[in-house]
Design a protein around this ligand. Structure first.
Ligand SMILES: Nc1ncnc2c1ncn2[C@@H]1O[C@H](COP(=O)(O)OP(=O)(O)O)[C@@H](O)[C@H]1O
Ligand SMILES: [Mg+2]
Length: 314
């Protein structure tokens, strides 16, 4: 079942999601928000907004497996939504700073980062936030020393909700806030889970994909019980999918059988443009806007918008 090709020309088989062409999707993205600045659709600058009660939708990508597409998803999903007219903030909670770099932020040692934003009361949002080349898309960049924040967060009262506290004053300026996490379950990851409303789980369509998933679900459940009763799973996203590889097709089928409607219909295919784009410090959405990789992320953006605005999973 799971091996159908996503096509730029529409669905290849009955019963599968309709994959639209990217420009149709852009149209859709512009249209769906419904209440811009004046509450009546996109404003003069092509802005749209989530309804006030849903703003901001805080989404974190989570999977303790490295290299499964967490950062690629944050960078390109946020870019697709910003291109659609939404205001989007990316919070880079990974000391490796790949999301910051992939969005074109220059990491200069003298500039303050999320580290200071979390731990230094004198550092304001404005001191740290950087705009990107995509209008409406901002970043709170990471830095290597964020790895030291773990210890310091452990020593302050309610260190697990430092991110939530720090963003409270500015969060309503954004429709979407994406938090990119390191591939480990630690105090930085816990901060993301305590703050987020929803978790997006990228899963590589490789043989060992399901390894660690049980632990991940247990962690989410534990956070829900102890810290954040509103936390829900937005969806599971199959990534790095290559339909020429039998095991990948089988894996996707198995994932769909197992997780059913928790799976996004959209699949992120393996695509060389997604390797090139970060090297050039750009999302694929702007580096190769007509590529099938960009199309995959517009499809995902549509599904995410749908899920967020309907308040239900994909
Ligand atoms: N769909 C894809 N096709 C090709 N390369 C990809 C794809 N998704 C991610 N990559 C590459 O794989 C590597 C790991 O992806 P990344 O998003 O950084 O994973 P994570 O954040 O989970 O560690 C990166 O070099 C990225 O460019
Ligand atoms: Mg990453």
């Amino acid at each position: 079942m799971g091996g159908e090709l996503m096509s730029l020309d529409g669905p290849k088989s009955a019963g599968k999601v309709k994959h639209k062409r990217w420009f149709d999707l852009k149209q859709f993205l512009f249209g769906i928000g419904g209440n811009g600045a004046n509450g009546s659709g996109p404003d003069g600058e092509g802005r749209v907004a989530l309804p006030a009660g849903l703003r901001p939708a805080v989404i974190t990508t989570m999977n303790q497996k490295g290299g499964c597409g967490k950062t690629t998803t944050v960078v390109n999903l946020s870019a697709a939504l910003a291109k659609g007219g939404y205001r989007v903030l990316v919070v880079d909670m990974d000391p490796q700073a790949h999301a910051s770099l992939g969005l074109g932020v220059r990491l200069e040692a003298f500039r303050r980062s999320i580290y200071e934003f979390l731990l230094d009361d004198d550092t304001t949002f404005g001191d740290v936030m950087r705009s990107t080349s995509i209008r409406g898309l901002d970043v709170l960049p990471s830095a290597m020393k964020l790895s030291e924040a773990q210890l310091e967060l452990a020593n302050i009262p309610r260190g697990e909700s430092a991110l939530k506290r720090a963003l409270k004053a500015v969060e309503h300026d954004y429709d979407f806030i994406f938090v990119d996490c390191p591939p480990t379950l630690n105090l930085l990851t816990l901060n993301a889970l305590v703050y987020a409303g929803k978790v997006l789980i990228p899963v590589q369509t490789h043989y060992y994909a399901l390894e660690g998933m049980k632990e991940l679900f247990r962690t989410i459940e534990a956070v829900r019980k102890r810290f954040n009763p509103n936390l829900e799973i937005l969806g599971i996203l199959a990534t790095l999918f290559d339909q020429r590889v039998t095991i990948a097709v089988d894996m996707l089928g198995a994932l769909r059988d197992h997780f059913k409607r928790q799976m996004f219909e959209t699949v992120i295919h393996t695509n060389v443009k997604l390797i090139e784009a970060p090297m050039l410090r750009e999302p694929v959405i702007s580096y190769a806007p007509r590529s099938s990789a960009a199309n995959d992320f517009y499809c995902l953006a549509t599904e995410v918008l749908d899920a967020v605005t309907k308040g239900v999973g994909p």
